[in-house]
Design a protein around this ligand. Structure first.
Ligand code: CA
Ligand code: CA
Length: 240
């Protein structure tokens, strides 16, 4: 009888929230986000003051994507095929699932296999699925200069490093739409420690974040056009 009740309860939960159970979403709340859809590091930037003023994504893709556009579904979708070609800043750069150690003061470097890079810039994208429209707070930690775009708009611009890998200077109010929200985090490093980190409000435990814990990114989303090219590319991504 007890087993039957558990079965019925689980069956009801699965029917009510199929998305929540279908994927191993990254947890939100007070968890620092460990998986990103990241670009290979931009190199030889000349330091964070310079790199903050350059849109490497637009420059390297001939305008196909940009800092702002990859914080939208359309632009994020194009990252699966857009080449970011920067001959003087690392060459032909590719996007992939990037794991950061959220306790490592050098996670910009170590997330891309370097011990301690200098004059590099990190780019990462996540999707946050919100059950409702809400105003909440994000807590970015970074070393050095961080810029963040959400749903096509820049929402953060802070040149000062924050003092530690899980320390923040400027908690920032943001608005989520119900459904998918795309966030792009860019961070320019000059020297010494280099880290990025982000979490939302501790009460935001109902947010769902991708890349998922099993390394799925855009292919976990409901395709706009099930038979369209984007959907095909997302499926291709899943197979890689
Ligand atoms: Ca630094
Ligand atoms: Ca460094």
């Amino acid at each position: 009888m007890k087993k039957f009740k558990i079965f019925i309860t689980l069956a009801c939960i699965v029917m009510i929230s199929p998305m929540a159970f279908a994927q191993n979403w990254q947890p939100a709340g007070d968890n620092w986000i460990g998986k990103w859809w990241g670009l290979d590091l931009i190199t030889d930037t000349g330091g964070f003051t310079t790199s903050a003023g350059v849109d490497y994504l637009a420059e390297g893709s001939g305008g196909l994507i940009s800092n702002a556009s990859v914080s939208t579904r359309d632009g994020a979708g194009k990252t699966t095929s857009a080449v970011v070609n920067l001959p003087d800043n690392g060459g032909s750069l590719a996007w992939s699932i990037v794991d950061i150690n959220t306790e490592d003061q050098f996670n910009i470097s170590t997330s891309h296999g370097l011990p301690d890079g200098t004059n590099v810039t990190w780019h990462g994208i996540i999707v946050v699925i919100s059950p409702d429209e809400r105003t909440t707070t994000m807590y970015p930690a970074h070393d050095d200069y961080a810029q963040i775009w959400l749903n096509g708009e820049q929402v953060y611009d802070e040149s000062r490093w924050t003092g530690g890998v899980r320390e923040f200077l400027t908690p920032t109010e943001i608005n989520f739409k119900a459904g998918e929200n795309f966030l792009h985090f860019k961070c320019g490093e000059s020297g010494g420690a280099d880290y990025v980190n982000l979490r939302f409000e501790t009460t935001d435990t109902d947010l769902l974040i991708a890349p998922t814990l099993d390394n799925q990114f855009l292919d976990v989303l409901t395709p706009v056009e099930p038979k369209g090219k984007l959907a095909v590319r997302w499926a291709d991504l899943k197979r890689q």
